[in-house]
Ligand binder design. Structure first.
Ligand SMILES: [Zn+2]
Ligand SMILES: [Zn+2]
Ligand SMILES: [Zn+2]
Ligand SMILES: [Zn+2]
Ligand SMILES: [Zn+2]
Ligand SMILES: [Zn+2]
Length: 348
C-alpha cells in the first residue's frame, strides 16, 4: 500500500463502549478504514473522493464518492449490501472531511446516509452513531447544522499535517485543535489519563486535564486545550490571554483590539442580534421606553443592564424573562420581545 494513503493517525486511544458495533462507514477517512480492516479485522467501507483507492480496494469495501452532495460515482449496490444488518448489528459512521467543507453539506449527507440505512433495513427513523472529525472552532457551525452532535475533548493528531500535530517544531503549545463531534453520549467515550485526560464528575464526561470545571458556568469550558478563567464581568469563562474591555463589555485579545470594529462583530446579549452590543441595543431602548417603571442605569459598562446588579451578564439575568421570550427551534434560540414587540430575533 503506498504511504500516501496512510495519512492519518489511527484512533488507538479513543475507546467506544457501543455494544455490537461491527460495521463502520469511513467517509473520507482512509487511514481509519485500513486500520479497521487490516489490523482490527472489522467490517469497514470506505467512501472517498480519491479514485486511486479503486486500484487497490474491491467494490465491496470502496466506492468513489463525493461527500458534499452524497454522490456515488460507482454502482451503489455493494455499499447498500454493506449497510444491510442482521438483528444485533450496529453501523457507525465516521467522517473526516477537509476542513474547508461547508458543514451544512456534510450534515445533509450524513442524514441521507442514515435514511438510506433505515430504508434498507426497514427501520423507522433510527439514529446511527456518528463521529465527525473537525476543528473545535467550527463547533458553532456543527451545532447549528446537527444540534444532536456534541464535542468530545479528545485531541486528534495528524501525522502528515504540520498545523495539526503534537510532534516536532510545529507542535502547538496546547495540542491539536482537531476534535470529534458525536451523537454518542460523551460519558461513553473513555479518554486515557496517561494521555492527559480526566473524568469530570459534574459534567459526566472526559476532558483534558487542563480543563478546570467552572461552577458558575456549570461546565468544563475550555475548548482549545488551555485553562480558561472565569471573567466576572462577562460572566463566562474566557481564554487566559484575553483582557476585559469595559467599553465593549467583553473579554477579547488585547492585540489589535479596536472597539468599534470588535463591537460590529458581536452578538447582543439582550436581543441576540448581530453587529451591536447591549449598550447600543435598539430593541432594549424601545422596551425601556415602553416600560416607564424601568429606571435609567447610569453605569452600563459594569453589571447587568436589565436589573442593574453586578456579578452576572444579561444572558443569565433572572429578570430577562420579563422582557424577552426565548424558544428553541432547530438548535437555535429564538428571542422575541414580550408583548407589544413582535420583532423576531436570533440566538445569543
Ligand atoms: Zn466539568
Ligand atoms: Zn465560568
Ligand atoms: Zn470579561
Ligand atoms: Zn473594546
Ligand atoms: Zn440588541
Ligand atoms: Zn440582571
Amino acid at each position: 500500500m503506498p504511504n500516501t494513503f496512510l495519512t492519518r493517525k489511527p484512533w488507538n486511544s479513543l475507546r467506544i463502549n457501543v455494544a455490537c458495533l461491527n460495521s463502520i462507514v469511513c467517509m473520507g477517512a482512509p487511514r481509519l478504514h485500513f486500520h479497521l480492516r487490516r489490523i482490527r479485522k472489522m467490517q469497514s467501507f470506505l467512501l472517498d473522493f480519491d479514485e486511486r483507492f479503486g486500484a487497490y480496494l474491491s467494490p465491496r469495501e470502496f466506492c468513489l464518492y463525493n461527500m458534499c452532495n452524497n454522490h456515488f460515482f460507482y454502482n451503489r449496490d455493494p455499499f447498500e449490501l454493506f449497510l444491510k444488518c442482521n438483528n444485533n448489528d450496529r453501523v457507525l459512521i465516521v467522517t473526516d472531511p477537509p476542513f474547508g467543507c461547508r458543514t451544512e453539506l456534510i450534515a445533509h449527507t450524513l442524514r441521507s446516509l442514515v435514511r438510506l440505512h433505515n430504508r434498507i433495513n426497514c427501520l423507522p427513523a433510527t439514529p446511527l452513531p456518528i463521529f465527525w472529525v473537525y476543528p473545535y472552532y467550527m463547533a458553532n457551525y456543527i451545532k447549528q447544522d446537527m444540534p444532536e452532535l456534541q464535542m468530545c475533548d479528545y485531541k486528534l493528531n495528524y501525522t502528515n499535517h504540520s498545523r495539526y500535530t503534537n510532534v516536532g517544531i510545529a507542535r502547538r503549545s496546547y495540542g491539536s485543535p482537531v476534535r470529534v463531534f458525536t451523537n454518542v453520549p460523551l460519558e461513553l467515550l473513555q479518554l486515557q489519563s496517561a494521555e492527559g485526560y480526566k473524568y469530570c464528575d459534574k459534567c459526566k464526561r472526559y476532558t483534558g486535564i487542563e480543563n478546570v470545571h467552572c461552577d458558575r458556568c456549570g461546565n468544563c469550558c475550555s475548548q482549545n486545550g488551555q485553562t480558561y478563567r472565569h471573567c466576572q464581568f462577562c460572566d463566562m469563562c474566557v481564554k487566559p490571554n484575553y483582557v476585559h474591555c469595559t467599553n465593549c463589555r467583553r473579554c477579547s485579545q488585547r492585540e489589535g483590539h479596536v472597539c468599534a470594529l470588535y463591537q460590529s462583530m458581536q452578538r447582543c446579549w439582550l436581543c441576540g442580534q448581530r453587529s451591536h452590543i447591549e449598550t447600543n441595543c435598539r430593541l432594549w431602548l424601545q422596551l425601556k421606553r415602553r416600560d416607564r417603571q424601568q429606571k435609567q442605569r447610569k453605569d452600563q459598562h459594569y453589571g447587568c443592564i436589565i436589573c442593574g446588579q453586578r456579578g452576572h451578564s444579561e444572558r443569565r439575568c433572572t429578570q430577562r424573562c420579563r422582557y424577552f421570550k426565548e424558544t428553541q427551534f432547530m438548535g437555535q434560540a429564538v428571542i422575541v420581545a414580550r408583548n407589544k414587540c413582535s420583532q423576531k430575533l436570533r440566538k445569543l
